[in-house]
Every structure is written in C-alpha cells, then in structure tokens.
Design a protein around this ligand. Structure first.
Ligand SMILES: NC(=O)c1ccc[n+]([C@@H]2O[C@H](COP(=O)([O-])OP(=O)(O)OC[C@H]3O[C@@H](n4cnc5c(N)ncnc54)[C@H](OP(=O)(O)O)[C@@H]3O)[C@@H](O)[C@H]2O)c1
Length: 252
C-alpha cells in the first residue's frame, strides 16, 4: 500500500520530484500540469492535465481522491495563482502542503540591478535611461515595452510572439536555454546592449546573462517574484523528500 502525493508541476523541480517519488517505495506521484504546452514532457507516474477550476475545484478533486496524503506546489516562481489555490484547498481538506521552489538569484558585488514589481515599472525605467535592451521575458509579457519608440529591443523568446506587439525598433532572437557565459557576453557586446530586462526565475539554465551583464557593466531590470502564501518551503527535491518522509511516514 502506498500513499499518493499530488505534485503541482510544469517545472524542472516538478519533473525531478515525480521521478524521485516513483523510485521510492511507499509513495506514488500524481503530477498535475496546467496544459499550456501542446505536447508536454510526461513526468514519471500518473499525470493529469488542465486546471481544476479554482480553489474549490482543487478541493473537490482532493476530496474525491482520499489516497492523496500530501500536496507539493512545485509550480514556477512566476505562476502566481496556483499556490494560493493550493493553500486554500489544502487548508479546507486538512492536507499538508509544501512549496518546492528554486532559490531566487541574489545580487553580488559588481551587479547593477533595479528590482521592480511589474512590467509597467520596468518599462518606465527603460524609457528613462536605456537605448538598447535585451528583453528576456515570456512572449505574453512584451506589450508594455512596445510603446517605447526610442528604444531598440532584442527580444529573446523560445517561440515567436504571436501576435507580435507593434514595436518601432525590435529584432527577435528565437532561442532556448541553457545559455553559456561566453555566448551571453558575445550577444550583449555584439548588440551593444545597455540593459537586460528579465524576471527572477532562479536556477542555472538562464543565469549566465547575469554574470555577463556584471562583467560588461550592463544594467539589469529584474522583476521580483510574486507574493506567495506563507508555507513551509524548500529549495531542492532532496529536502522535499525529507519533508514528505517526516510528514507522512510511508507505508511499505
Ligand atoms: N509563469 C511562468 O513564468 C511559468 C514558467 C514555466 C512554467 N510555468 C508553468 O506553467 C503553468 C501555468 O503557469 P501560470 O503562470 O499560468 O500559473 P498560475 O497563474 O499560477 O495559474 C493559472 C491557472 O492555471 C491553472 N494551473 C496552473 N498550474 C497548474 C497545474 N500545475 N496543474 C493544474 N492547473 C494548473 C490553474 O487553473 P484552475 O484555477 O482552473 O485550477 C490556475 O488557476 C504552471 O504549472 C507553471 O509551473 C509557468
């Protein structure tokens, strides 16, 4: 007999935790994906896809599945809603909930960061003092920058922005991380970038741009992570496994 753990996933950490739980006797992972990607990578174990229908929907789903003994919110640091839904639903059902989140990037000496709460603040800073900007954002997040006719943008995106906001001066660079330090330095210098705009995703895959910016004296406008419910939080899969083992002793 084994207990089920619902993983709210769609992230590197969510996939890694599902794999670790699938290998551990006594626990069975059930991964939930939002369904934004047409053909997502499948996590180890059972997978369900699509929204639950708000906190009430998740609560109903959990009540209908009493074999689930704990929930791990491993959604992306910038997925702002799901964590609140999970906190409300788990409180209502009396289920333990853990947040698994990669640590945020921190400034080190030599960095020139301005931290902002939203893209409007970022666009205002860029308008005030930037001329050539690397936008390393999601393609849904470009709109506030398209109004800045005097600024040239290099838009780095995994998929082509559709529809493309009406930028006066912009070039699109289709690319998917991880990115190496030397390539990032070359990119910034060859395009004479003076500012990078990005969000504090954390992790190693896209961190090199920050080291390259530090080396070249390029400013960074960094969006802070959204506020989250006050929950037990860990930064690694190993810590999440230890929490699960302490919180719900596995059977078998
Ligand atoms: N935002 C980012 O930058 C980013 C980057 C990489 C990956 N992701 C992943 O993409 C997913 C969606 O991101 P988002 O920014 O739209 O999140 P969000 O704002 O927190 O969630 C919006 C809605 O999407 C549904 N949802 C989100 N995560 C879900 C999950 N794991 N399983 C089932 N339903 C889920 C929920 O719908 P209902 O209310 O109907 O339940 C939620 O209310 C997340 O799972 C996240 O881990 C996001």
């Amino acid at each position: 007999m084994s207990v089920e753990v619902l993983i709210l996933g769609g992230t590197t950490e969510g996939y890694a935790l599902a794999a670790a739980l699938a290998d551990r006797s006594g626990f069975t992972p059930v991964s939930s994906l939002a369904g934004r990607t047409a053909s997502p990578r499948r996590p180890a174990g059972e997978v369900r896809i699509g929204g639950f229908g708000g906190p009430e929907g998740l609560e109903a789903w959990l009540r209908a599945r009493p074999t689930v003994a704990a929930v791990i919110d491993a959604t992306h640091p910038f997925a702002s809603r799901m964590g609140w839904n999970a906190a409300a639903a788990c409180a209502a059902c009396g289920l333990p909930l853990l947040r698994l989140e990669r640590p945020a990037w921190q400034t080190v000496p030599g960095d020139h960061w301005d931290e902002v709460e939203d893209w409007e603040q970022a666009a205002a800073l860029v308008a005030a003092r930037s001329r050539r900007v690397l936008l390393a954002l999601g393609r849904q997040e470009l709109e506030p920058f398209a109004r800045l006719d005097d600024v040239w943008f290099l838009i780095r995106s995994v998929d082509r922005p559709e529809p493309m906001p009406p930028f006066a001066q912009a070039e699109i660079l289709l690319a998917r991380g991880p990115f190496g330090l030397e390539d990032e330095r070359t990119l910034l210098s060859s395009h004479r970038i003076d500012t990078i705009v990005c969000k504090n995703s954390g992790g190693t895959a896209t961190e090199s741009k920050l080291a390259a910016a530090r080396a070249l004296g390029v400013r960074v406008v960094m969006r802070r992570r959204p506020r989250r419910p006050d929950l037990p939080t860990v930064g690694t899969v190993a810590e999440a496994m230890a929490w699960l083992e302490a919180t719900i002793p596995a059977e078998g």
